[in-house]
Design a protein around this ligand. Structure first.
Ligand code: URA
Length: 413
């Protein structure tokens, strides 16, 4: 339970990245950090050492201010897809270096890869070019960015040490600071479908990340947002792209629209852009124009039909009344088991697999009506997915009062 000195932290991160410290030794240190925590000075130094393990990008050549968003991961969290083009349509440049899904939370790159032709891997020059010409780019982080985190994150994933707040905060912020964005809005998810199951832990994670960003000269704010139930009506790659396009076309589920606009407003304010109206940019098609240019610039065809899974299975409501709970984690695991997610980094994902919801908490349902449709190319997975959905919803008698959680639970700046 001693404190690591700055020299010890610099040494271990560098030596681990270069393969001098073995995985077994680093696992022991990660487990000690999970159990004992780190203080603010240790977390700041750990983050700086991970940034120093690779390159730092620079967007000074752009004429627009940069703004980025990072979500800690949830179920049905497709917000990056409408958000990046929306914020670009309002005047900021959005360099969105994203990841793939692991476990029950989906990954932005997996979702976009369901668009025929779309490429996640861009060189730094290509990335800058797409950003400069369209205002937004969503692509994979290059190997040069925080390589220490890449290695450590993979190790944490298989050693049960992902959920340490100092390690999550330094992992996310090292990549965002190295990426070179001028401002950053963090969407820290809270609830069953998130890493942080309760608001106190989410607050600690958010304030740790806000302090790291601010101390590094990145204007950083965090919203704590609800992840007790899935966002929108879809969880799964192509299903979520379809819903995102509906939002860009001025429609889409109310919770997805509300969170997209709330995050857009925060990003624009953090980037110093005043008087922009994100709701208008969704309604008048200007965000959709940026989306189409951004997808095309990365080889995708925005007009191509999206993949559809070969088989469907409908789950019906067991009773009539008010749907009072629909658990995000169960839906996330169900979509993952249907093939939307992967168990190992190298596994493929099915573009069409996932879960489509026909009702959300607060809706009135009738016994026997479709509650959700499961989609997969591998129907032998239906039973496995259905097992995870066992007991995932509650229906209360008709007339029962129901108050939905607000989407935005708190703001930390
Ligand atoms: N996302 C990251 O990039 N790192 C973590 O540790 C957790 C979520």
């Amino acid at each position: 339970r001693g404190e690591l000195s700055p020299e010890q932290i610099d040494w271990v991160i560098d030596a681990y990245t270069r393969g001098i410290v073995a995985d077994e030794q680093m696992s022991a240190l990660a487990m000690a950090i999970l159990l004992n925590g780190m203080n603010r000075a240790e977390i700041a130094r750990w983050t700086a050492a991970m940034i120093a393990s690779g390159e730092r990008m620079n967007f000074d050549s752009l004429s627009r201010p940069t703004a980025d968003k990072h979500s800690t991961g949830g179920v049905g969290d497709k917000i990056t897809l409408p958000l990046a083009p929306l914020v670009a349509a309002c005047g900021a440049a959005v360099p969105q270096l994203s990841g793939r899904g692991l476990g029950h939370t989906g990954g932005t790159l997996d979702k976009l890869e369901s668009i025929p032709g779309w490429r996640a891997l861009l060189s730094n020059e290509e990335m800058l070019n797409v950003l400069d010409t369209t205002g937004a780019v969503i692509c994979a982080a290059g190997d040069g960015l925080a390589p220490a985190d890449k290695k450590l994150y993979a190790l944490r994933d298989v050693t049960g040490t992902v959920e340490a707040i100092p390690l999550i905060a330094s992992s996310i912020m090292s990549k965002k600071i190295a990426e070179g964005t001028g401002s950053l809005v963090l969407d820290v998810k809270v609830g069953s479908g998130a890493f942080m199951k309760n608001i106190e832990d989410a607050r600690e994670l958010a304030s740790t990340m806000v302090a790291l960003g601010t101390d590094s000269g990145v204007k950083t704010i965090a919203l704590l947002t609800d992840m007790s139930t899935p966002l929108g009506l879809t969880a799964g790659n192509a299903l979520e792209v379809r819903e995102s396009v509906e939002v860009l076309a001025g429609g889409g589920p109310a919770d997805v629209v509300e969170l997209t606009i709330a995050l857009a407003q925060e990003m624009l304010t953090a980037a110093g852009i005043k008087d922009a109206d994100p709701a208008k940019a969704l309604a008048d098609g200007s965000a959709m124009d940026v989306w189409r240019r951004m997808i095309s610039a990365q080889g995708g065809d925005p007009d191509a039909a999206l993949p559809v899974a070969r088989e469907q299975h409908v789950v019906t409501a067991s009773a009539s009344g008010v749907l009072t709970r629909l658990d995000a984690y169960a839906v996330g695991v169900g979509a993952w088991r249907l093939g939307a997610g992967r168990a190992r980094k190298e596994d493929p994902v099915q573009a069409g697999a996932g879960i489509e919801l026909h009702a959300k908490p607060g809706d009135t349902v009738t016994a026997g009506q479709p509650l959700m449709t499961l989609h997969t190319d591998t129907p032998e997975k239906f039973d496995y997915a259905l097992a995870s959905l066992e007991g995932c919803y509650d229906v209360a008698p008709a007339g029962t009062a129901f108050t939905a959680n607000p989407i935005v639970l708190d703001r930390i700046a």
